[in-house]
Design a protein around this ligand. Structure first.
Ligand SMILES: Cc1cc2nc3c(=O)[nH]c(=O)nc-3n(C[C@H](O)[C@H](O)[C@H](O)COP(=O)(O)O)c2cc1C
Length: 168
């Protein structure tokens, strides 16, 4: 494995890429930078943020070099079920596919991304506010949806780091 390549709009995927780079010693490049640093047969782990169920930049990365593993970073906590859906959507089979929880940074979003995500969070807020018996997790979620949250954790990258270490 030659490198970690990532695309990040508001910084969460970049944070994970840097954590993984520290843990494994592999260099981390932004997708735009990778073009000048990697050859088409170089193997890499690609990390991209989730955009309507798809991994942002994955197709471009696959055209650029050899993507051996994928790490999708989304807003919601990963589950077995969404992992399978995301994997299918990305056209990925076999191992080396990971999903991590990033976060929500409304102040860093711009243009269409801001409009689209505001719609989603707005309806989630409405639903939660309509509930009178909110659990403590739902209270926390409501707070995060209103003001943003950072769900990046060093622990969450451990399985990805272990998988990377197994690759030659
Ligand atoms: C337009 C748009 C669509 C999104 N779609 C999804 C999605 O389908 N699933 C998800 O979990 N998160 C979704 N998100 C949330 C981002 O993936 C999440 O905030 C991620 O942590 C952003 O990573 P970044 O800081 O590296 O850009 C979406 C965000 C935007 C702006």
């Amino acid at each position: 494995m030659k490198a970690i390549v990532y695309t990040s709009a508001t910084g969460f995927t970049e944070k994970y890429a840097r954590l993984l780079s520290e843990k494994t010693g592999l260099p981390a490049y932004e997708l735009a930078q990778a073009r000048s640093r990697l050859a088409s047969d170089d193997e890499m782990l690609y990390m991209g943020w989730l955009f309507a169920g798809g991994v942002k930049g994955l197709k471009k990365a696959q055209k650029l070099c050899t993507v051996k593993g994928v790490c999708a970073v989304g807003m919601t906590p990963p589950s077995e079920q969404n992992m399978e859906q995301l994997k299918k959507r990305a056209g990925w089979s076999g191992d080396g596919f990971f999903v991590l929880q990033g976060g929500y940074a409304p102040e860093k979003l711009r243009g269409l991304n801001k409009i689209l995500l505001n719609k989603v969070t707005g309806s989630m807020i409405k639903k939660l506010e309509a509930k009178t018996d909110r659990s403590s997790e739902e209270e926390e979620m409501l707070e995060g949806l209103k003001n943003g949250f950072d769900g990046v954790s060093a622990e969450a990258v451990e399985p990805v780091a272990a998988w990377l270490q197994k690759q030659s």
